[in-house]
Design a protein around this ligand. Structure first.
Ligand SMILES: C[S@@+](CC[C@H](N)C(=O)[O-])C[C@H]1O[C@@H](n2cnc3c(N)ncnc32)[C@H](O)[C@@H]1O
Length: 245
């Protein structure tokens, strides 16, 4: 494991206890709506890989909606996953389900420990902008997805409206680092999050990365004035045609 990966893992380990509260509080719960919308755009499938599962909020939305029967989640922060595991074990009995619906695995999105075409669907919420190599992460998502399967990605984006941009810049450059530092007591984590959001690609640019990774029919839907975006793309259907020699 390189220093860079250890760095991301330990950064999220440090903010894990306050991550959910800050997310929901600072976004006035809009983040929950974004995750529900992301799930609404997925087809119902059996087994989903949730990349950068964190504290499992997207996985919970998938299980609640019935869009996924089983989820495997990977992440580089054990602490984020520990909290996610706790939330899942509280949730499942209330849904009349036993354990075994969700597996958490400490693994890097850029070198996944799964065989080709292992999953019916792949999701990732607010994970991609943390990858040191976005293209390697997207190529891995493509590789582990079955043919005809859909990748569904939720990520922050940069609004096009100038007025909204001002509010966005103010929020990510000042409000988030200040409140994040105060609540999490971590001096650097929320400054990093601010930088990671503003330096990341979005819209057509992100679609190009999906296409380069091999995906087809890539498209996006913006949310809340373009503050966040959902990206959807497919892995080519394998028609099982006999090979010609
Ligand atoms: C902002 S959180 C998002 C968590 C969750 N998906 C959500 O919707 O709240 C980003 C997560 O990505 C994880 N992460 C970052 N880089 C990763 C990588 N290369 N492989 C796996 N997980 C990674 C972090 O550890 C962190 O838990």
């Amino acid at each position: 494991m390189t220093d860079e990966k250890q760095h991301i893992g330990s950064l999220f380990d440090r903010i894990a206890p306050t991550y959910d509260g800050l997310n929901h509080g600072l976004s006035l719960n809009i983040d929950r709506r974004w995750r529900r919308k992301t799930v609404a755009l997925m087809p119902p499938v059996e087994h989903v890989l949730d990349v950068a599962i964190g504290t499992a909020d997207l996985t919970i939305a998938m299980l609640r909606s019935g869009k996924a029967q089983r989820v495997t989640g990977i992440d580089l922060s054990r602490e984020m996953m520990r909290i996610g595991e706790e939330k899942i074990s509280n949730l499942l009995p209330s849904m009349g389900r036993q354990g075994g619906a969700v597996d958490f695995l400490y693994a890097n999105a850029q070198e996944m420990p799964f065989g080709d075409a292992s999953f019916d669907g792949v999701t990732c919420a607010f994970g991609c902008r943390n990858f040191s190599d976005l293209d390697a992460g997207l190529r891995e998502m493509y590789r582990v997805l079955r043919s005809g399967g859909q990748v569904t990605i939720l990520e922050f984006s940069y609004p096009s409206n100038k007025l909204i941009r001002c509010g966005y810049d103010l929020y990510f450059s000042h409000v988030l680092p200040f409140v994040g530092r105060l609540v999490s007591r971590d001096k650097t984590a929320y400054t990093y999050l601010n930088k990671s959001v503003k330096s990341f690609c979005w819209g057509e640019d992100f679609l190009r990365h999906l296409t380069q990774a091999g995906f087809q029919d890539a498209r996006f839907e913006t949310l809340t004035f373009g503050i966040a975006t959902i990206y959807i793309a497919k892995k080519k259907e394998d028609l099982g045609l006999p090979r010609t020699t």
